[in-house]
Design a protein around this ligand. Structure first.
Ligand code: SAH
Ligand code: SF4
Length: 363
């Protein structure tokens, strides 16, 4: 193993802090270095977060999108996609099923779809908590106004997932025409101010991205002090301008996950569906390289196949019960346990009231 690799790894394990150059050294790992990196991340996960894997049921309730991101199959210019919207009743029914299956957290995700006005979403949030008994709600609805975020937080939303996608501003502007990196960051800061547990993250293997950019991604997650980091491989979609590109590899995604775990020991890190899509063992490996969250897809079957952000999504035709059962088996086979309770960020442990108070001041 390279001397500089061993030094950077030891420093990361001890201080959870590295320079951009040191992160790059870790991201260059191959062979036994890659294994050592995985082991170190797994140890940090075990030490700070224990053996629990938290399950979050994701409901992809609309595939309409006003944005035109070059990487995504839901982009507005994709005319081949059959678009759908779930009604509030359908969303509540899907969440009821999640609760029955023992999933305490529900994630509501969609394209950027203004059809769902802020009060309509707020009402869904309220009913999910009051009528369905969902313990925690994560939203992932893209960029909206501060007022919308405030209303939803007040209605009972606990977390928000808004990936920064790439820390490279020029690449961001090129991949997300008509939007800006600055606004994405502004949204993330609003969400923090409003007392959400905030998730961000990036794709791995985007065209034009290099190890330096990935190092910047990880440093940005650290600077934002996120409660959650969604990191998955970019998977080219045939009906997008990036159809012919290469896509992110398993190894580079695992390395990015592992280094993120080393630098953000308390963050929730999902083993993403995208990772499970590029490799049959992707989710298992994600859990072994620092991951501690899985988000089973609980979108009703007739809709799920049309939420085609990328092609070949793992488990797209699988019944929800089968999907959740195989995830439970996977977790048990690793000697890990299913997280109990809402699975709030450990950074909030004992501090929930404080964060409610802080958020309260802003209302
Ligand atoms: N519209 C919202 C949420 C839905 S998109 C938003 O953009 O934030 C959810 C995530 O899918 C994005 O954050 C992006 O990281 C990921 N994604 C989009 N296209 C992808 C692709 N081709 N491969 C892998 N992940 C992709
Ligand atoms: Fe829309 Fe999100 Fe896809 Fe961009 S990534 S096109 S905002 S769904």
């Amino acid at each position: 193993m390279r001397k500089e690799f061993c030094e950077a790894l030891a420093k990361a394990q001890k201080n959870h802090d590295l320079s951009r150059e040191e992160i790059i050294v870790l991201l260059e790992a191959e062979g036994e270095e890659l294994e050592a990196l995985g082991r170190a991340a797994d140890e940090v996960r075990e030490k700070y977060l224990g053996r629990e894997v938290h399950l979050r049921g994701i409901i992809e309730f609309s595939n309409h999108c006003r944005q035109n991101c070059l990487y995504c199959g839901l982009r507005r210019d994709n005319k081949h996609l059959r678009r759908y919207r779930m009604s509030p009743e359908e969303i509540l029914a899907a969440a009821r099923k999640a609760v029955e299956l023992g999933l305490p957290t529900v994630v509501l995700q969609s394209g950027e779809d203004p059809y769902y006005s802020a009060p309509v979403v707020a009402e869904i949030i309220r009913r999910l908590k009051e009528e369905v008994g969902v313990k925690a709600i994560t939203l992932s609805l893209g960029e909206r106004s501060r007022e919308d975020y405030r209303l939803w937080r007040q209605a009972g939303a606990d977390r928000y997932l808004l990936k920064h996608e790439t820390a490279n501003r020029e690449l961001f502007a090129c991949l997300r025409p008509g939007t800006s990196w600055e606004n994405r960051l502004r949204c993330l800061l609003w969400l923090k101010e409003l007392g959400y547990q905030v998730g961000s993250g990036n794709m791995v293997g985007l065209p034009g991205q290099d190890l330096e950019t990935l190092a910047e991604d990880i440093l940005l997650l650290k600077e934002l002090d996120v409660e959650m980091a969604g990191i998955g491989p970019f998977i080219p979609h045939p009906q997008t301008p990036l159809a012919g590109e290469a896509g992110g590899s398993l190894d580079l995604t695992l390395k990015t996950l592992a280094v993120t775990r080393l630098l953000l020991p308390l963050a929730h890190l999902p083993a993403t569906t995208a990772l499970g899509t590029i490799h049959p063992q992707g989710r298992r490996l994600g859990l072994c390289y620092g991951g501690n969250v899985i988000m089973p897809d609980i979108t009703p079957l007739p809709y799920r196949r049309h939420y085609q952000i990328y092609p070949g999504k793992a488990g797209v035709d699988q019944e929800i019960e089968t999907n959740v059962a195989s995830i439970r088996d996977l977790i048990a086979s690793l000697g890990r346990s299913i997280g109990r309770g809402p699975g709030h960020s450990p950074k909030w442990r004992g501090g929930v009231e404080l964060y409610e108070m802080r958020a309260g001041q802003l209302y």
